[in-house]
Ligand binder design. Sequence first.
Ligand SMILES: Cc1cc2nc3c(=O)[nH]c(=O)nc-3n(C[C@H](O)[C@H](O)[C@H](O)COP(=O)(O)OP(=O)(O)OC[C@H]3O[C@@H](n4cnc5c(N)ncnc54)[C@H](O)[C@@H]3O)c2cc1C
Length: 369
Amino acid sequence: MTEVAVIGGGVVGVAVAAALGRQGHDVTVLEKNAKLGQEVSARNSGVIHAGIYYPADSIKAQTCVEGRERLYARCVKAGVPHRETGKLIVATDEEGESKLEELRRQGMTNGAGALEILDAAKVHEKESRVRARAALWSPRTGIVDVHMLVRSLAGEAENFGASIALCTTVSDIERLPNGWRLHTVSDGEPFALDVPVVVNAAGLGAEGIAAAAGVDIDRARWRLHLCKGDYFSVSGLGLLTRHLVYPVPGVLGLGTHITFDLGGQFRLGPDAEYVPRVSFNIDEAKAEGFAAAVSQFLPEVTVTNLSPDFAGIRPKLQAPGEAFRDFVIEEGTPHGTPGMIHLIGIESPGLTASLAIGERVARMVNSLR
Ligand SMILES: Cc1cc2nc3c(=O)[nH]c(=O)nc-3n(C[C@H](O)[C@H](O)[C@H](O)COP(=O)(O)OP(=O)(O)OC[C@H]3O[C@@H](n4cnc5c(N)ncnc54)[C@H](O)[C@@H]3O)c2cc1C
């Protein structure tokens, strides 16, 4: 009998399923798409963040740092393709330079690894094509093949006996005396699953799942705001950088940065724009703004090198103009949904944090026993 149902088969859902499986729980993952990891987990930078940016003791800081270490260890053990590339956060003006020390202190407090401020000459030694007054060097930042990670976590969960139900949408939720009835549509057929414990890991759908279970979303402050990030691929410039290169971050996102994947494809992005609905269309005219932003530190990049690549949508709790909001990882009793663990607003660094989130949720499930 299924003891825990995990709604959502993104990187977080499968990490939760693997952690629960390891601890002997009988788990079923319900995923609406025909494949795992096709939503937010498929549309991101694939960066293993060191844990620099987040307020000390926030869940984002804690799960990012713990998740980073777990992720590197797992990648080595399970053969998931990854690379510890290192990253530079570059300052091109006095104001930016003054923020580097602040970031370094924040990162050191969080446990982001040995962060070092480099002067212009040292930046040049590391990255001859980058122009900067100074930079923060983060050696523990890297990249990972997200699809292979999802596959490896799902495989582990299945090895521990988890069932993974694809093409299965949770359409309604009913409270039972000792748990929950999940009404699903599976390959067009209705099906109901009764379970004592539910983990809501539905990404962009997590607010809807919580509401269907009876949570007052506005009272809980769990309303999600869709924040789109576009990427442009870079061509014609050869090996542009050897490390990931980011500007000093803004209020909303980490700033338009330069990343590359394990195949060596360079990209600029993502930007950050609140949108009313999910759409992955990229306005080609944005290329000019991207080139202008990045040419501050990589002057060779011009609009002619850029082509629209892909877009992702962040499930943000932070409304436009609002200050920092943390991940929600909460058992639902205070919100009238006992036995349901809600993961809401799992935007960046959710990929990096996924294994730590899995462990945290497994501990919460154990405490419900
Ligand atoms: C532009 C962008 C860049 C990012 N860059 C990074 C980065 O470099 N590093 C990093 O650490 N993080 C990054 N992130 C964040 C990271 O991608 C996410 O935190 C992570 O992928 C979230 O995974 P998830 O499993 O919660 O969500 P998802 O992958 O979206 O999984 C949720 C799943 O739930 C399923 N689902 C939804 N509703 C239902 C339902 N009713 N029934 C059944 N199934 C349902 C969906 O189909 C989906 O598969 C980025 C995010 C974005 C948008």
